[in-house]
Design a protein around this ligand. Sequence first.
Ligand code: NAD
Length: 496
Amino acid sequence: MTEQPKAIRPDPFQALLPPLGLYIDGAWLDGTGRFPVFNPADGSVVAEVADATAAHAEAALAAADRAQPGWRRLPPRRRADLLHAAHRLMCAREAAFVQTMTLESGKPLTEAQGEFRLSADFLLWFAEQVAHLHGTYANASHGGFRVVVTHQPVGPCLLITPWNFPLLMIVRKAGAALAAGCTAVVKTAQETPLTGALFMQVLHDAGFPAGVANLLHTRHSAAISEPLLRDPRLRKVSFTGSTRVGARLMELGAGNIVNSSMELGGDGPFLVLDDADIDLAVEQAIICKFRNAGQACVAANRIIVDRRVEAAFTARFVARVRALTVGNGLLPVDVGPMISARQRDRLDAVIATLVAAGGTVLAGGRAIDAPGYFFEPTVVRFDAPNPVMCSNELFAPIATVFAVDGIGEALAFANASRYGLASYVFTRDLDRAVAVGEALEFGMVGINRGIMADPAAPFGGTKASGIGREAGHEGIYEFLERKYMAVTVREDRGDL
Ligand code: NAD
């Protein structure tokens, strides 16, 4: 029999503090023990949250399954009203979200605020989309019946999110799933459960029915996801994280033919052509590389610069990197810590590998001796393309710059990767921008800009970077299935 966890906070009483339990079937419940959430800026414990077991996961899926028929039957306008209410509540709690994100992920307050506002925009986007989903109506090719196509929710979903954008990743998945009429079990990342808890409290306070959205935190991700993916009640998994884990989840879901959307790793090439606006390229490379201390799937992973402008670009870029301030995100700094000591400690070996492959360290290169998990903003230059950086996602405040001879070499190096998420090109020539953009084997191309996420844009990658798109006009369809009804029509009736 499923374990019946004890309710520890049945009624929300403090909207600004994240609840610490698991949210299952409309109530905050205790887990089996608790685990600490650390502040990566100083290693201190921010809070201890409930730890879910497979039994909690089963209870969450059972609740989502029970809630599914009622949720999908709710008129779209009513679902939209709930999402709008959640959006308003979320906006009223901005300060709590921003502070919590900085405390548990380390990102500077300004970045947390940027993530918060973008997340709120995504929720609004989905709220606006709900009541505007269309079907089609057509004559069968030889007449005699009509082809009526509409969309129906896929069914209960498992949404697994990473720590690097602890709010955006949840809102982008849960907003679309709930708008589509699916119920959801959200699994937060172990490092950043508190932001997800604040979001779930928003949904609770907005009046979402019990079981429609559920939240699990756990130290045992595999033990939770494996039985869920084998459970026939689960109809969809949407995952953001590493390619290794995404592939494993697809394997697990294969037996059950679970519909899968995957947002996985990236190897972002950032191309600067010889006619680029160098100041613009430098400014955008700084944002694209060092936002979130480089821990972003869309980060510029390889900065590929035409040799004719490389010296000018690198000199300005290195000067900007050296001026970046690093520290606790609660202070006005440019770059925060890595998410964990383990993530920081792997970087010494990364630098050694880059240097052994012929790279020259022009800035940074070392961990910072402080209680938090800081690493110096770093630039490593290569005089030519180098295979050491093909399919090698750094996920760190380490920029690699490569001098290349012309567009052909730049494109060949950019595409020599198993990944295909975000890419960037800087040029003043529109024809070259379009030609290069079309030749880049990536799901997204930023032209003269290093930040692309927007509710109106379909976010996602090709190759090992994933399957499916989030947001844009198509994102909601990841959570919908086409339903075709063939309607016999007697066309020979004389009375019509
Ligand atoms: P990760 O794959 O280790 O973890 C991501 C999530 O999966 C976390 O919630 C984690 O707890 C969970 N997880 C881990 N093992 C699991 C298992 N066996 N079963 C079920 N869940 C499991 O990734 P990470 O290191 O936390 O995040 C970094 C990776 O995520 C990078 O490769 C990055 O590029 C990618 N990412 C991609 C996007 C995108 O939109 N494409 C966005 C952010 C991050």
